[in-house]
Design a protein around this ligand. Structure first.
Ligand SMILES: *Cc1c(COP(=O)(O)O)cnc(C)c1O
Ligand SMILES: [Zn+2]
Length: 363
């Protein structure tokens, strides 16, 4: 089992201690995914249907019964948009896809204890799947964090450790802990993105392997955007699709390092001073995989769009009045889809996603 650096290309043996390359680069899984539509069609729906595309090495999945999330048509701006219901996972967000594979591989490696830093849905998903795997879990969060999500992590038996000071202090604390325990990071650990990749395969499967024109996704650290991009790239490489669907990455105007970089034609995220936003799940000022997201969106001819809190909350109400209760970070993609349709910047078969459940943020 090997990892490969996304920057320098060096390969490294997978070990409990290693979470990035010696050069500082993020790691990827060094394996060859197999696209096997015929075998997949004979299996139960859900993320494990696509096993040959995952770096499983014969590991037995740690599972909470991951559903194939429904793709529901909604009338929007006089047209039809397909919305993938990723809020229906066990912990209430699509992060279960990443955590399921990550904790599967952690258990396969014989890991007894993991650490993570997330005040949001990644922390909930890692806590739940660690509980399912019988692995101890500690989640580091900034002291200022107060959210229903912390209570959810504690309910799964995770230790939630509040770190005084800035977000950087939390990062320091988790890295200190990661010297002796496995760092189950949703940003650095490549298994997380590989698990989220099943979002893209499942979407393609539900469309009868007919490529959509546009997929509109919230983008913070990029697990969803990069996971989706990877699945689509693998379908193109396998000859299933002739061309890539276009991806639209959505950020909050309060924290939009990728939107700004995209507009300026830069290869790396811009430096930003983040302001508070209701779209807390994607308020990432310094995304470690930002350059990969910019590259992916450029390659598929996509775009990045910023949306403010007012438009986000209007979309959240709009969805709830039609029976879909989602958290603001999920509604931001719907807000962007409306706007991009209205402005004629996306056309054809358009897909978007509800990433997180409304009960996470019920006020
Ligand atoms: C994590 C998350 C996102 C975006 O994910 P990134 O991997 O940070 O780009 C979107 N919506 C919700 C609800 C999330 O929890
Ligand atoms: Zn490297």
């Amino acid at each position: 089992m090997q990892w490969k650096c996304a920057i320098c290309g060096q390969t490294k043996a997978v070990t409990i201690q290693r979470w990035r390359c010696d050069c500082g680069g993020v790691l990827e899984c060094d394996f060859t995914p197999q696209v096997q539509l015929d075998a997949w069609a004979r299996r139960e729906p859900g993320m494990w249907r696509y096993a040959e595309a995952l770096p499983l090495y014969g590991a037995t999945p740690v599972s909470l019964g991951e559903p194939a999330t429904p793709l529901v048509p909604l009338e929007l701006e006089g047209g039809k948009v397909l919305v993938k219901q990723e809020q229906l996972f066990s912990t209430g967000s699509y992060k279960d896809r990443g955590a399921a594979l990550l904790l599967t591989m952690a258990r396969h490696l014989g890991v007894g204890s993991v650490v993570e830093d997330s005040s949001g849905n990644a922390g909930c998903a890692v806590s739940a799947y660690a509980a399912r795997a019988g692995i101890r879990c500690e989640v580091f969060v900034p002291e200022s964090t107060s959210s229903a999500k912390l209570a959810q992590m504690e309910a799964y038996g995770a230790t939630v450790t509040k770190v005084p000071g800035s977000r950087e202090m939390t990062a320091c604390a988790v890295l200190e802990a990661a010297k002796t325990r496995f760092y189950a990071s949703h940003t650095y650990n490549p298994w997380f993105i590989e698990g989220v990749k099943t979002f893209g395969y499942e979407l393609a499967d539900q469309l009868g392997y007919k490529a959509p024109d546009w997929v509109v996704l919230p983008a913070g650290n990029g697990t969803l955007l990069l996971g989706c991009f990877r699945a689509f790239s693998e379908l193109v490489a396998a000859g299933v699709w002739e061309k890539m669907p276009r991806l639209a990455g959505v950020q909050s105007t309060a924290c939009s390092p990728l939107v700004q970089a995209f507009r300026a034609g830069l290869a790396a995220p811009c430096e930003v001073q983040p302001a508070p936003t209701v779209a807390e799940g994607i308020a990432i000022a310094e995304p470690q995989r930002g350059w990969q997201m910019l590259q992916a969106v450029a390659l598929c001819g996509g775009l990045f769009q910023a949306i403010d809190d007012e438009e986000t909350m209007a979309a959240r109400r709009w969805a709830a009045l039609r029976g879909f209760f989602v958290e603001p970070t999920a509604a931001i993609a719907l807000a962007a889809t409306s706007r991009l349709l209205r402005e004629g910047r996306i056309t054809g078969t358009v897909v978007t996603v509800f990433t997180g459940h409304g009960l996470k943020h019920a006020h």
